[in-house]
Ligand binder design. Structure first.
Ligand SMILES: Cc1ncc(C[n+]2csc(CCOP(=O)(O)OP(=O)(O)O)c2C)c(N)n1
Ligand SMILES: [Mg+2]
Length: 570
């Protein structure tokens, strides 16, 4: 074999070679000690590196890129403070189940443990917030551990993997065999493999569904991640099954579908919660049954029988007893379930569809965007429901809404109905990281220029990441950022009202003009004081072709329907 076929690569070049071979087209980061990686990227124009202003944004961008494309998101950071800045975004990807590969530099391996400049225990730091951390201590193992990282990120419940590369490994050279650099392209996407459930489990699930009096589907983020919307629609239309979702499960079924009940749980719709409580059987699909999704395990009720499908067997039965465990990929499981049901005689009861339709139309007119509070008007400040209604009117079903943390997230998640199956809604539902929506929308805009994207955030969350407006302008992303500006941390303030008789402390900000700030970054920026200015402002922002901030002055006294975890009785 000639030496030409045996490339001599630095560790940094080997990382980039593997990224290119996995088909990575975009990555997000900020340099420091990983300059060998950057020099390797300089020679690989097929990978676009997006320079951010803060590493938290890089991790959120990689996360959103993965959610938007179904491919692995990649980010990088420097040793020490770069890595610690990355941690918030990595924790969000971990808890939300999103495949991200993060590459960080580390201090020289022969200087470890001497309190070297910037040294932190990166392996220890990231271990609980990743599926796996690799300290890559030998340059010849870079390709192998990169492949392992992509595989671990995309199989089972997806999640982030971090590679920590000491400086000596990044710059050391090694002559690789061509076989060292082989990749299995399956691991560049998720789900990388679709494990089928056992036929016995599928038959038992079909039996249970047919025997139930009031069965229901509880759809989590796994349905969207698995791309199982078509199968879900076919199943629920065959059996007449109502579908309630978690926030991560929004888009499992378009929310204007006659069997769609919208979100349930702590921050879900009260009418939907009542409906879920009356179910005798729940087909739970790709949901972890978190305390928020279930209002601390109150919804569904404890006597509801649960048939639980999940790609990760250890998720099943963890927070609710599963009467029937069906480990497997959701799309594959639903297809098999449909095949099993095709052999039986099934007939959807039209009465249940009528009941769901009546419930949702009443909810829309009493609580949602058809209610009096949501109607357009000259009022100031703006009611949050008017923002949701204006967004729904300005956006097509193909556009994507990215929410943040705080009340804006509940307004967006509970009241904004997605009109299309798949990922038309995104939020930091794993750990609720404030500041998610802006970088996520920037990455979405770059990754999927075919779909317009709007970030809906609070003034608190926006101000945590507003420096990324410069990133957006520089890299040519054009998200619209709609700020629900109440000049406070309203989600926390409302808890202070509820629990501490309105003794407010450290929840109010001074007023800022975020439109003017956006213009200073070279972006489009407007301030909206009155509700009737909203529609024209959003239309202009969506058309302007620049990153755009619409700073809406909203009323602080309007609260969404929700329960408070802190206030729930024991
Ligand atoms: C990084 C981070 N810090 C703190 C919190 C706790 N927290 C949850 S919601 C919230 C208030 C958010 O305020 P804002 O973004 O203005 O949204 P609002 O509730 O006012 O709509 C806070 C502080 C969090 N989720 N994330
Ligand atoms: Mg606020």
């Amino acid at each position: 074999m000639t030496d030409q076929n045996r490339p001599t690569l630095t560790g940094g070049e080997a990382v980039v070679e593997m990224l290119a071979r996995f088909g990575v087209e975009l990555m997000f980061g900020l340099p420091g000690d990983q300059t060998h990686l950057y020099d390797a990227l300089f020679h690989r124009p097929e990978i676009r590196h997006v320079l951010v202003r803060h590493e938290q944004a890089a991790a959120h961008m990689a996360d959103a890129y993965a959610r938007a494309t179904g491919r692995v998101g990649v980010c990088d950071a420097s040793v020490g403070p770069g890595a610690t800045n990355l941690a918030t975004g990595i924790a969000e990807a971990y808890t939300s189940g999103v495949p991200v590969v993060a590459v960080v530099s580390d201090v020289r391996s022969d200087w470890r443990g001497r309190d070297s400049f910037q040294e932190v225990d990166q392996v220890g730091l990231f271990r609980p917030i990743t599926k796996k951390v690799f300290s890559v201590d030998h340059v010849e193992r870079v390709p192998e551990l990169m492949t392992r990282s992509f595989q671990i990120a995309t199989t089972g419940r997806p999640g982030p993997v971090l590679l920590s590369l000491p400086l000596d490994v990044l710059r050391e050279r090694h002559r690789f065999e061509p076989t060292d650099l082989r990749v299995d392209h399956r691991y560049g996407r998720f789900p990388a493999n679709r494990l089928r459930p056992s036929p016995e489990d599928v038959t038992a699930a079909a039996d249970a569904l047919l025997a139930a009096d009031r069965p229901i589907v509880l759809a989590g983020g796994g349905v969207v991640a698995s791309g199982a919307s078509d199968e879900l629609r076919e199943l629920v239309e065959t059996l007449g099954l109502p579908v309630a979702t978690t926030f991560m499960g929004k888009g499992s079924l378009p929310e204007d579908h006659p069997l769609a009940l919208g979100p349930f749980g702590l921050i879900g719709r009260p009418a939907t919660n009542e409906f879920v409580l009356r179910a005798d059987l729940a087909l739970a699909l790709g949901t972890r049954f978190t305390n928020v999704d279930t209002a601390a395990w109150r919804i569904p009720g404890r006597t509801t029988r649960i048939v639980q499908v999940d790609i990760e067997p250890t998720q099943i039965g963890r927070n609710y007893h599963a009467d029937l465990a069906v480990p497997g990929d959701i799309k594959a499981a639903l297809r098999d379930l449909l095949d099993a049901l095709a052999l039986r005689r099934t007939a959807a009861d039209p009465a249940i569809g009528d009941e769901v339709r009546a419930l949702t139309s009443r909810w829309r007119s009493e609580h949602g965007i058809e209610s009096a509070a949501a109607q357009d008007g000259p009022n100031a400040p703006v009611h949050p429901l008017q923002v949701i209604r204006a967004l729904r009117q300005a956006m097509s079903p193909d556009d994507v809404l990215v929410c943040d943390s705080g009340f804006n997230q509940i307004w967006g998640g509970q009241y904004f109905e997605v009109g299309r199956a798949g990922r038309s809604y995104m939020g930091p539902r794993g750990s609720g990281a404030m500041g998610f929506s802006v970088p996520a929308a920037i990455a979405h805009s770059l990754a999927r220029p075919d779909r317009r994207v709007i970030a809906l955030c609070g003034d608190g969350g926006f101000a945590m990441v507003l420096q990324e407006l410069e990133t957006a302008r520089r890299v040519g992303a054009s998200p619209v950022i709609c700020i629900m500006n109440n000049s406070n941390l309203q989600y926390i303030k409302a808890n202070q009202q509820l629990l501490f008789d309105g003794r407010f402390i450290s929840t109010d900000f001074s007023e800022l003009d975020y439109g003017a700030i956006a213009r200073a970054f070279g972006c489009h920026g407007v301030r909206v004081d009155r509700a009737d200015e909203l529609g024209p402002a959003l239309a202009e922002a969506l058309a302007v072709g620049l990153p755009a901030v619409v700073d809406v002055q909203i009323a602080s006294d309007a609260l969404p329907d929700r329960m408070s975890l802190q206030a729930l009785p024991d």
